[in-house]
Design a protein around this ligand. Structure first.
Ligand SMILES: NC(=O)c1ccc[n+]([C@@H]2O[C@H](COP(=O)([O-])OP(=O)(O)OC[C@H]3O[C@@H](n4cnc5c(N)ncnc54)[C@H](OP(=O)(O)O)[C@@H]3O)[C@@H](O)[C@H]2O)c1
Length: 270
């Protein structure tokens, strides 16, 4: 699932590159142009869970807007249809935050009786080319309330490649903390973007209040403004900078760094 999204898309591509048979479950399979066979699947519609029939392994992610109960029902359906292992896209530090939906889903998987692997990913580099793209593209600014805090951001392509590896077995009952190779603060991120783009991108370091006010004024939905405030407060408090070598250990090559990511995605900000 999630193959039309960032990590799921990278996982599907990596699996196909490894010669694995891939089935992608999508709400709009007719639009799929990537690898594998596309079938109709909607987490919000249990009647579509039969899409799992005959699958050996499931890449599971939590699409915002769906519920823990729906994920629980999918985990049960996977078990009853003989899916042996589930690789779940979680969040770095989830084990310390019991109220986080991702942690609740981890617990459901641990109790499910099947094989599980958790990919606890740090912030995605791709947030810069999706969520924050227009701030950079149109206003030459990074606008988020992370203060001087460091973030060990990871490339989604690395997370997808690790997902593909785990889906093919040998990683049962493991929780992997996946980060990039360094933890820049957003002044440094702005410098990397400026170097890559050949124009000046500034990190404007708004206060939490200024971030909320301007976000709302720009028409960002209130719930998303508050979600980002919470997310970047973690960085502001110095809690998002832990770097691990797990990607390198698993893939046998260094994790992709921010400069390489920026070069690859330059078109997003032009
Ligand atoms: N952003 C970060 O920095 C970060 C870091 C760590 C973990 N995460 C976690 O990563 C997850 C998001 O992964 P992503 O960024 O790869 O996803 P994404 O690019 O936002 O794409 C979302 C995917 O979910 C699918 N989807 C939405 N509703 C669905 C439904 N009802 N049934 C089935 N599929 C549905 C979408 O498919 P359609 O084509 O059907 O819309 C799409 O493929 C979230 O759980 C997030 O908390 C994010």
């Amino acid at each position: 699932m999630g193959a039309s999204g960032r990590v799921g898309g990278a996982a599907a591509q990596s699996l196909a590159d490894n010669g694995a048979a891939v089935r992608v479950g999508l709400r709009t399979p007719e639009k799929w142009t990537g690898p594998g066979a596309a079938v109709h699947f909607d987490l919000a519609d249990a009647a579509t869970y039969s899409a799992l029939s005959g699958c050996a392994a499931l890449f599971l992610m939590w699409p915002p807007g769906t519920t823990t109960a729906q994920v629980g029902a999918l985990i049960e359906a996977a078990r009853s249809q003989g899916v042996r292992r589930v690789v779940f896209l979680s969040i770095l530090g989830a084990e310390k935050v019991p109220v986080l939906p991702h942690r609740q889903m981890e617990k459901l998987l641990m109790a499910s009786g099947g094989e599980w692997t958790f990919l606890r990913a740090s912030y995605f580099m791709q947030n810069l080319s999706t969520t924050h793209r227009d701030d950079i593209r149109l206003r030459d600014e990074i606008f988020l309330p992370a203060g001087q805090g460091r973030t060990s951001m990871v490339d989604v392509l690395d997370v997808g490649e690790v997902a593909a590896l785990a889906l093919q077995g040998g990683h049962a009952e493991r929780a992997y903390d996946l980060t990039g190779p360094a933890a820049p603060n957003y002044f440094e991120v702005a410098q990397v973007l400026s170097d890559g783009l050949g124009r000046s991108v500034r990190y404007t370091d708004p206060s939490p209040l200024a971030f909320v006010r301007l976000g709302l004024k720009r028409g960002v939905p209130p719930s998303f403004v508050l979600f980002m405030l919470a997310e970047y407060t973690v960085a502001r408090l110095g809690r998002a900078g832990r770097v691990t070598r797990t990607v390198e250990e698993l893939l046998g090559r260094p994790a992709n760094d921010l400069r390489a990511f920026v070069q690859r995605e330059l078109v997003a900000w032009r």
